[in-house]
Design a binder for this molecule. Sequence first.
Ligand SMILES: *Cc1c(COP(=O)(O)O)cnc(C)c1O
Length: 377
Amino acid sequence: MKVRIPLAKPEITNADRDAVLEVLQNSRLSCGPQVEKFEQALCAYLGGNYAVAVNSGTSALHLAVETLRLPRGSEVILPSFAFAAPLNVLLQCGLRPVFVDIDAGTLNTTLEKIEAAITARTSAVIAIHTFGRPLDMPSIMKLAERHNLQVIEDACEALGTEIYGQKAGTFGDVGVLAFYPNKQITTGEGGALLTGSLEIVNRARRLRNQGRDPAIDWLQHIEVGYSYRLSDMNCALGLSQLRRLEVGIERRLWLAGLYGERLKVIYEVCTPAVNSPLGRMSWFCYVIQLRENFDRRDRDRLCQALLRRGIGCGRYFAPLHRQPIIAGEGRESDLPVTDFVADRVIALPFYNQMTESNVDEVVAALADSISEIRRNA
Ligand SMILES: *Cc1c(COP(=O)(O)O)cnc(C)c1O
């Protein structure tokens, strides 16, 4: 059956289309004025010092690792319950991932779990605001300082999230954002590196463009670089989207609250807390958990049943420590909460244009699908 209510959907307005068309008609397509404007708008919104727009969130993570000069072979702490990008980057750069467990309620890792994973070989922590829920960044920064560690703050799922009033992405030594079409704002493909360090931003700008030093000349390659530029079309779209970000965040908060209310009647699922004690949440996905008497097979069958009813859904996340790319690498993982949660999560449709009746339809389809898999158990 065709998906009637997708898992995610970008919101593209006429103003967005006009902004991109204008670039195609009037201005440079790459390395032009839109790139700088987008970077400045991100800094103004976040209250940060520097932003470097790049062609994906993964590229931003890669530049984060490179600009922090983490020693090859050193250990980097990150949660296993996460998107694959940080793991891929660590493996590409010859770093050793050390996975930490999560809290079943927040789906984020905790200060205590990070602290317990620190060894003499640890060089950095990748702090991920999972699904937009804030981490306690001030405490993580203090811990990192005590142990002389660098912090990469992955805010790819958390643009607009606040911790005690300060925006996610601006706490770490380097922060990263992503603008894939399922994120809070999109540039089609894209990402950004955030930092307060002039040295890091200068190096990131160089690495983004073949190792060129913009202060010298176009054909001076002073170090081995990459082709990670983001085009002016992408940046124009990002600028236009950024203007509506706050409206989108409000809408998503409302939707999360609505889901929570409607799902109360389904005993079999646990819903995420709508608010965080740490600050305003910018919702990325809406992820529920099945109760413990369900297992991975039940969850997978439930997703199939939802899809048959035309409802998009996702099994976020499949834990990184179970991925074939690290079989035999790293350490033995002992991550009971991650293993338990990963087998029971379901991401439900969640996007700005969703209506109250869409939410009702999803909840009805979920109740119906649960009865179906119960009957066939
Ligand atoms: C989306 C995302 C990224 C970056 O993804 P790209 O597709 O490369 O833009 C990085 N980290 C996390 C946690 C993400 O959710």
